[in-house]
Design a binder for this molecule. Structure first.
Ligand SMILES: Cc1ncc(COP(=O)(O)O)c(C=O)c1O
Length: 479
């Protein structure tokens, strides 16, 4: 066979698959025929199909998932990505808790489409298996564990967590890990451990509202730093904030930032760490989405660079395994003792059976297989949602393309107020969104929203997204 005829066979497959994607025979997130099935159907060799799929992948039409196959990628040629943010809050106190409380309470009803939710689809978790492990744990737990597992928490669970850090090449001591009631507690205790009322804290713009609430509760001041929606925190912005204000702590997410989904490159993480270390500023690193990366290599946290014990690395099992168990932790470096003392004064400890059950499940229950499936499903659902947003949202919309997690950040034309939009969506269509005002002490994100894309792309959720798109178009067209 001449090389030309081989080329044309592979070229035909490339053209056909592109045509089928354009005709919407295959939708974003759907699996296309396996290499073997395609080779059989087209009577060509496996190598020819592989070459065709590699070409489609290089051009961004499809993406490969190890052991799962090839999937249609969302195609972007209409909506652009958002740009570096411009913060408004410069060294001010924060007053946001009432607003966060009202919005989250309004969105909490059972029958609301959860685009505004912070949690992934509960059906994605091995809840039955966890339930069995919990029941078993209660029977087999050492009788004195209710006493010995007081702060810093279950030794068994801390060992399991330390082993997982080691797998990523990060050394943490067992004494440096404190088990907490979800990441929310580890973050709050960490911030309290390194600040005094009135101190200034550098945060991202936009930031996870939990950071704003903690700053408000501890009577601190915030200086917001610009964030690039793809590449994360602006180093120059952080430098300027440190030069101008007496920054006592920094709180950030180096990957899959909530709400933007941004992930810093390795050099950028180094630059942040160097800058903070130079000024001896402790870093509270929120890493709750650490396990939800889509590409083959797990990005490392800034904690991996921490030679001075300056990083309080906070995470939990709430987003990747067991939301209701409320088990999180902080690898607190040199601040572990302070964090422990603060916990001793507040919640005392996390429910002991929950800690024991999670340690058992992670050791013996197939945690890594669960995570692999979860990542694959989340990426597929993200592509499905992105494909629909790309197609139906009004001209002038911008949307992020995160490489992990399950949020999309949508920037709308300035005239759209997403808090007002939320009220209308809840009242008329029972759809929630997370309005941009949740994520800053200022109001510069009031035309933005965060959308949760972790739910199945079924008829109900698809119809809800079309309704949301129609509502947006109607508002854009109103003069
Ligand atoms: C970025 C971020 N950090 C922390 C938390 C709190 O995590 P947990 O439920 O483990 O307290 C959340 C939950 O929404 C979050 O999105």
């Amino acid at each position: 066979m001449s090389s030309r005829s081989i080329n044309s066979r592979y070229g035909t497959i490339v053209d056909n698959v592109k045509k089928q994607i354009k005709q919407k025979i295959w939708l974003p997130g759907e699996r296309i025929p396996s290499v073997r099935a395609m080779s059989k159907a087209q009577s060509v060799s496996v190598m020819t199909v592989l070459k065709a799929y590699e070409c489609l992948e290089a051009e961004g039409w499809i993406y490969a998932k190890a052991k799962a196959g090839y999937f249609v990628a969302a195609h972007f040629n209409r909506l652009s990505e958002p740009e570096l943010t411009t913060p408004q809050v410069v060294n001010s106190s924060i007053n946001i808790n009432r607003h966060v409380f009202d919005v989250l309470r309004a969105c909490k009803q059972q029958d609301v489409i959860p685009f505004g939710s912070a949690f992934p689809d509960p059906a994605l978790f091995p809840l039955q298996q966890l339930g069995r492990t919990l029941a078993q744990s209660i029977k087999t737990m050492p009788i004195n564990s209710g006493i010995v597992d007081l702060p810093p928490g279950s030794l068994e669970l801390r060992r399991v967590i330390a082993q997982r850090y080691l797998r990523d090449g990060i050394q943490v001591s067992l004494d440096g890990i404190v088990i907490t009631s979800g990441a929310m507690e580890s973050l709050g205790l960490s911030l309290a451990a390194v600040t005094q009322p009135g101190d200034t804290v550098a945060i991202e713009s936009p930031a996870f509202y939990g950071a704003l609430q903690a700053i408000e509760r501890l009577k601190l001041k915030a200086v917001e730093i610009p964030v690039h929606p793809r590449n994360g925190l602006s180093i120059n912005g952080l430098k300027a904030a440190i030069a101008e204000h007496d920054v006592k702590a920094c709180w950030l997410m180096s990957k899959f930032q909530n709400p933007l989904g941004a992930t810093m490159a390795a050099e950028q993480k180094q630059a942040v760490y160097r800058l903070l270390a130079e000024h001896n500023i402790p870093l509270i690193e929120d890493d709750v989405y650490a396990e939800l990366y889509f590409h083959d290599d797990k990005p490392l946290p800034i904690k991996a660079l921490d030679e001075k014990g300056l990083v309080l690395h906070c995470s939990s099992f709430s987003k990747c395994l067991a939301p209701g168990f409320r088990v999180g932790w902080v690898a607190a470096g040199r601040y572990a003792r302070q964090v422990e003392e603060l916990q001793f004064m507040s919640t005392l400890s996390v429910a002991v059976p929950n800690q024991f059950a999670l340690a058992q499940y992670i050791q013996h229950g197939g945690y890594d297989n669960h995570l692999r499936r979860l990542r694959c499903t989340l990426e597929q659902r993200q592509q499905q949602m992105l494909g629909a947003i790309e197609q139906y949202f009004p001209e002038g919309t911008q949307v992020t393309r995160p490489r992990g997690g399950y949020f999309l950040w949508v920037v709308l034309p300035k005239k759209i107020d997403t808090s007002a939009l939320l009220t209308e969506l809840l009242n008329s269509h029972k759809i929630s969104i997370a309005p941009g005002t949740l994520f800053s002490g200022g109001d510069q994100f009031k035309h933005c929203m965060r959308i949760n894309c972790a739910y199945p792309w079924d008829e109900k959720n698809r119809a809800a997204l079309y309704q949301l798109a129609d509502e947006l178009k109607r508002r854009c067209e109103n003069k």
